[in-house]
Write a protein that binds this ligand. Sequence first.
Ligand SMILES: CC(C)(COP(=O)(O)OP(=O)(O)OC[C@H]1O[C@@H](n2cnc3c(N)ncnc32)[C@H](O)[C@@H]1OP(=O)(O)O)[C@@H](O)C(=O)NCCC(=O)NCCS
Length: 157
Amino acid sequence: MPSPFEVRPARDVDRRPLALLFAAVAEERDGIATEPPIDLESRAASWTLDGTTVAASGAEIVGSVHLDSSPHGFGEIGMAVAREWRGRGVGSALLEAAIEDARARGLHKVILSVFAHNAAALALYRKYGFVEEGRRVKQYRRTSGELWDTIEMGLLL
Ligand SMILES: CC(C)(COP(=O)(O)OP(=O)(O)OC[C@H]1O[C@@H](n2cnc3c(N)ncnc32)[C@H](O)[C@@H]1OP(=O)(O)O)[C@@H](O)C(=O)NCCC(=O)NCCS
């Protein structure tokens, strides 16, 4: 039976769990741009709660998505799910919530950047209708020295 989780707007009490989740995903050095080290205290304190939706299982934050709304009608999202919770629909539930949030804010478009090798994220975004709009070549220099491409995606609402 799938483990239950709740999708809801982030609250002040979520700051540290959000920072911990972010740091754990950064440790993977794979899906998100940020790499360790991460200052948990400053990350928690500076987290922008407005536009953040979390997936919570009890007191644990198992996933989050942030919608950064621009004044130009589009919003950019970034998201992560705790490794042990992947493949159970958390990412889908969060992405649905973020798209709903974007509509509620009157935005006309949602955009995102994803590393070109990130098959799980690309599949998730395609499932919700995002289309590839371009590729940024050797955009991100990693601490390993590797240069990674990103795929730019967009969803017109
Ligand atoms: C990308 C990510 C958010 C997906 O979250 P998730 O909770 O595993 O997603 P879901 O379980 O809802 O799966 C959604 C879809 O993604 C696809 N998918 C998930 N895992 C996959 C995998 N390992 N390979 C290929 N496709 C995969 C499937 O199409 C799936 O839809 P389906 O179940 O209807 O077939 C998660 O893997 C993650 O946090 N990765 C690390 C951080 C990251 O890459 N963030 C995104 C940066 S752009």
